[in-house]
Design a protein around this ligand. Sequence first.
Ligand SMILES: CC(C)(COP(=O)(O)OP(=O)(O)OC[C@H]1O[C@@H](n2cnc3c(N)ncnc32)[C@H](O)[C@@H]1OP(=O)(O)O)[C@@H](O)C(=O)NCCC(=O)NCCS
Length: 251
Amino acid sequence: MSYLRFAMVRGMVSAIPAVMKKGEGLPRTQTDLLAHAVRELPLPSGGALVFAPVGDAAGVDLPETIRRCAPRRQATFAAGRMAALEALRKAGCQDVTVPGIGGDGLPDWPPGWLGSISHSDDAAAALVAPDGCARLLGLDLERIVTAETAMQIASEIMPEQPTGRSGLPLEHEVTRAFSAKEALYKALYPLTRQFRDFSAAHICWQKDAPGAPVRVMLTLTEDWGAGCVAGTVFEAIQRTAAGHVATILWR
Ligand SMILES: CC(C)(COP(=O)(O)OP(=O)(O)OC[C@H]1O[C@@H](n2cnc3c(N)ncnc32)[C@H](O)[C@@H]1OP(=O)(O)O)[C@@H](O)C(=O)NCCC(=O)NCCS
């Protein structure tokens, strides 16, 4: 959403390969760090989660609508598509091509596959799974906002509760709430085709053991359609690394 995009503080990342391989030592780039941080998150069976750096758009045949966009948008789109292509390959999708743009701006996934793409100005990611292994899935990647921005947007992102309940620093709490709700929306929209704002789900923070994936429970406050009724609870799992929060949500 454009009114939230302005709130994100952007950094730069060099175009070094994203996926850390065995024996290569410590992760060095933002995308390495993100990939490393999420490596043990539980994914749907047969699924894959891949990060890619945002560099330039070279190497991706951009759709006409994206070619007319600013270079930054071209670059984030291309990085998201590179991550999607790699995720589909990693998950074993045969004869894979770069997903086009489908209805409502959703990626045009190959038949039999579900997926979700997210990007900041620095990094992109894609989560995919065979559609028999998940009914819905959502991915969100957000650069952590400043404390000042967090104060400004907190009541809009979390109208259901005052800040401070998570025990996290304000900027982490608000970014995580925002990312969890965006991942929820991105998981549900392809099913429901209905817009919902940030009051349409309530956050409940889970206190995880140190080192464990951090979980956030989201309860729908209203019916979203497609059988997703008020009171339905979804679990989002998050990791924070390289100045970003990554959220996955699937079932
Ligand atoms: C659609 C929306 C979720 C995108 O989030 P964002 O942080 O701006 O952008 P991200 O990088 O995470 O995701 C963008 C990608 O999501 C995908 N996407 C676009 N619209 C989508 C939708 N309605 N549902 C699911 N995925 C969508 C696309 O792949 C897009 O990337 P691409 O255009 O390069 O292919 C956001 O703009 C929005 O409308 N949010 C308001 C709704 C909301 O979050 N409500 C909270 C309910 S509790």
